[in-house]
Design a protein around this ligand. Structure first.
Ligand code: SF4
Ligand code: SF4
Length: 356
């Protein structure tokens, strides 16, 4: 007979779990639809939005599954009518905190957990409409759109700033109707310890926090396309998602399962992408001819460069050649440069700008 140890039932199916796992983790692994808003897998469970409620056999009241540890023999129901009704009502209350239906994330960025969930649960904001809190709008920084009128008090921004970034730049403030997010002494974000890492805007499930550069790009036609890539800024190799519309890059977000950065990015990687769209960017090789930089083919550029390098070596010897690899280049590129320096130019003068 199969042991009951570390086994439980989710929606009638018997499943195994690892000690320490939460009911939410086990249920989602089973493919159950369990909505959440205050949950981010990188953060400690918080249990404030209550959307992840499930029925637990033998308990009178539903429990939030993100804070409930899986136990042997548990029987869980995730999608009964009373549970869906409770979740729908909670979503309606969350939506009623929004000042309007015009969400900058939905419109321009294409990722908004609140409105995605509202669509799934088929609810709107009309039923509980009332006064809307008038939160402070400190927007005086170059990258983070901060519109706390849309805040739903999930505190994912504060928690990620503390638990993941260890910056402690923002905190919860006020109570009840006056609750909000603030920096120390309620100063401006640029006067706080914020490093503009962008983690808070990435985790925020609403339009309260968003990437200023991405907001407003909704006028470009077409859907947002997301392409996984590697940040070109330094040799660390952080995984990024490039967001584009109609072939134009509109922003960058971190890849959560990136093997190097695990969802983190620095300010350059997160917000420094728009050099790609610069009109000054070189898109083909140029050779100065009669004093004018003139576009040429790659073949002509390679021939010209090879001939110049060989004449430097012939006229001044191998030590006249000194190569510096870019910290932005991949490892393979750096390897090729040192090989070229040693084997072709016969010089041992090779270095990397990341050194020292
Ligand atoms: S700003 Fe966004 S992440 Fe922060 S508490 Fe409000 S809704 Fe949550
Ligand atoms: S950008 Fe980074 S450091 Fe600044 S408040 Fe957000 S999470 Fe904290």
């Amino acid at each position: 007979m199969m042991s009951n140890e570390n086994r439980m039932t989710i929606d009638g199916a018997e499943v195994a779990f690892q000690p320490g796992e939460t009911v939410l983790e086990v249920a989602r692994r089973q493919g159950a639809f369990v909505p959440t808003l205050c949950y981010d897998e990188r953060l400690d469970p918080y249990g404030s939005c209550r959307l992840c409620v499930v029925e637990v056999e033998g308990r009178r009241l539903p429990a939030s599954s993100c804070t409930l540890k899986a136990e042997s023999g548990m029987e869980i129901r995730t999608g009964s009518d009373p549970i869906r009704k409770m979740q729908s009502t909670l979503m309606e209350m969350v939506l009623s905190e929004n000042p309007d239906d015009e969400c900058p994330r939905c419109r321009d960025i294409g990722t908004c957990e609140v409105h995605d969930l509202a669509e799934k649960l088929e609810v709107g904001r009309e039923r509980f409409l009332g006064a809307i809190s008038n939160a402070s709008k400190d927007d005086s920084n170059p990258f983070l759109l901060r519109d706390y009128d849309r805040c739903i008090s999930c505190y994912r921004c504060v928690r990620i700033c503390d638990e993941v970034e260890a910056d402690h730049a923002i905190t919860m403030t006020g109570r009840g109707w006056n609750k909000g997010i603030a920096t120390a002494f309620d100063g401006g974000l640029m006067d706080s310890d914020c490093t503009l890492c962008g983690q808070c805007i990435y985790t925020c499930p609403t339009g309260a926090l968003a990437d200023k550069k991405m907001v407003g790009q909704g006028e470009i036609p077409g859907e947002v396309e997301v392409t996984r890539s590697v940040c070109p800024y330094c040799g660390t190799g952080c995984s990024i998602n490039l967001h584009s519309r109609d072939g134009k890059m509109i922003g960058v977000t971190p890849v959560l399962d990136g093997p190097v950065n695990e969802g983190a990015l620095c300010v350059k990687g997160q917000f420094g992408f728009d050099f790609v769209n610069s009109g000054d960017r070189l898109t083909r090789p140029l050779i100065r001819k009669n004093g004018e930089l003139t576009p040429v083919s790659w073949d002509e550029a390679f021939d010209y460069t090879a001939q110049k390098l060989m004449s430097v070596r012939a006229d001044h010897g191998p030590k006249a050649f000194y190569a510096i690899a870019s910290g932005r280049a991949p490892g393979e590129g750096s390897y090729m440069l040192q090989k070229f320096t040693r084997a072709v130019m016969n010089s041992n003068q090779v270095d990397n700008c990341s050194r020292g």
